[in-house]
Structure formats: structure tokens, C-alpha cells
Design a protein around this ligand. Sequence first.
Ligand code: R5P
Length: 338
Amino acid sequence: MVKSFNKENIYLASGFAHPQLAQDVADYLDVELGGVEQRLHPNGEIYSRFNDSVRGKHAFIIQSHVASRVDGRKVTPNDAIIQQAHLIDAARSSSASEITAVSPYLAYMRQDRKTRGRETTGARPLIQLLGQCGARRIVTVDIHSPQSMLIHDGPFDHLTAQRALEAAMVSELGTFDHNEVVVVAPDAGAAKLAQSHQRHLDVGILHLAKQRARGDSQRIQRDEKVPEAEGKTCLVFDDMIDTAGTLVTAVEALKNSGAKEIHVGASHGIFSKPALDRLENAPIDKLYVTDTFPQKYAKRRLGNKLQVVSVAPIIGEAIRQIATDGSISSLFDDENHM
Ligand code: R5P
């Protein structure tokens, strides 16, 4: 039976990585964000403490695994992970009744298999760390490798921002001729995502191939022409943009093949160097990303070319469903599993 949402029973806490998103989630739910005292020791180790009692509460520890600053000092995604683990552990040892790790961007999910001997898989130790520290449940947005969710013993709630990105794109496009629009998968990994948008929008689909240059995995080769893109409005979807190598080679191939307009949607705008330089010059009419990463700097650089779609309502609503024993999949018409 669905319970009523009792704000007194939950403790929303944010680490240092992306406090604005956690505040937006709290505002969406109309709850106070729990205070966290946090600082860096001179040697870079992290100190964190909840300001208020978490005893008997469901603690939601929100931390996107992104780089940020603490007391003016740069901290890395790895610091964000460690601090989330510390806060989970602190909630456990302070008698929280339930602990959920909310990681809008969950790091290391691209390292989900061994491709060479003696290589680490980043996904397994990360998920095990959160679970072993005390998170019974993990929540994330558009995970890169859905199979990695199986590593966790407890519930793993997968949220998607792809419908929200699609809606923002379609609202900007206005009414469109379904024969003139194609959804584009920039590489094989994005194929399922693209198929789901294609079904939803009832338009055509194009699959592009990606090859990494030999001896330089950062350089992506793509010299094919895409005749089917000629005269079309292309909607390119991916789960993330990191250095923008994948995306920019894809949109250049589309443009060189005569695409009329190119619109791009990606859940995680990581934007590692040289992504923003590449994107400034890329033939993209409009780019949509979410705020799983802080996007102030990217917005300054890209201006109106970039639209940021907030995941705060998605995460807020998921927290409400979790806290009331409701349904997550019903939030997405069961399309959150890709
Ligand atoms: C790959 O499988 C991912 O979905 C992204 O396409 C890729 O990781 C993005 O990285 P970059 O922007 O550095 O090409």
C-alpha cells in the first residue's frame, strides 16, 4: 500500500560535489536540505558530519560523482565518491533507519568489463563500496552500463532523463513533418537509446559507426558519408558527452552529408577538455543536457546553443515514490530500462 509522504521521516543530505542540484531536489519536494559540515584536511583527506540527528530517518545521500571545489581547493570525482561513502557510513553508524545513495551521475560505469588481462573494472568496486558502506538502495540517472546494476545486492532504481530531453527538443522544434526527421545513434552503444526515441517520435533512424584511431583512443575516425541524412532534421541522442569526440565526428559526418538541422540530447554533459572548444565550433543547432553536472561554465561558453534540462523533478519524484513505497517505473511508463 502506498504510504503518505512524511517529510519528518526523511533526511536529504548533499555532499560537496553539486549542492545546487540537491537544493533543487529539496525545493521540489519542499523539504529542508539537511546540514552537512564538511572540510578538507591539509593533506586532502575529507571530514564530514551531519549537523542534525538522522536517527530513525531514511537518509538520502545525494552526490553526483563530479569534480568541484571545497574551500577554494579543487576536488575530483574520486573525492566525491569517497565523501558519499563517508556520509553513508556516518548515516549507518548514527542509526538512520534506511540509507539510499543518490548518484545522479554514477562514475566508472564505462569500465564495466575486462577488455585486457590484469585490468580493473571500475564499475564493480564503486557499486560495492556504496553497498558495503551501508547504502541498501542506489538511485542513478541514465547509467552507462545497465548490467552493472546487478552488482548491487539491494534495490537499484534507474531513472532516465531521456524523455525530458526529448520533450525539450520537440517543444523547440514545434510541429514537424515525421518524414523529414531522423533519430541518430552516434555509435553502436547508443543504438537502443535511439530506437526508443524513434518508436516514441515515430520517425526514421540512422545508426553511425565509430572507430577509435589506432594507438590513440581519444581520436575517433569517421570518414563515411551518410546519404540518408541529406535534407533531414537529425536528432542525435547519447547518454553522455565527455570530450565530445564521439558527438562531433558524428555531427560533422551528418552535416557533410547535407543534414538540414542537427539537435543533440545527452543526459550527462561531462565536458572534459577539449569538449567545449569542439562544441563551440560544431555544426549543432541546439544541444540539450541535464544538470547531473553543474553547467554554469558550459552555459557561459555555449550560450543559447545549450539548453540545460533539470533532473531535480525526476530525482525528487523518485525520492517521493521510494519514501512512500510507490512505483518508479510508473514515472516513466516503464521506459526507464534500456
Ligand atoms: C560511449 O559509449 C558513450 O555513450 C559516449 O558516446 C562516449 O563515452 C562519449 O565520450 P566522448 O564525448 O569523449 O567521445
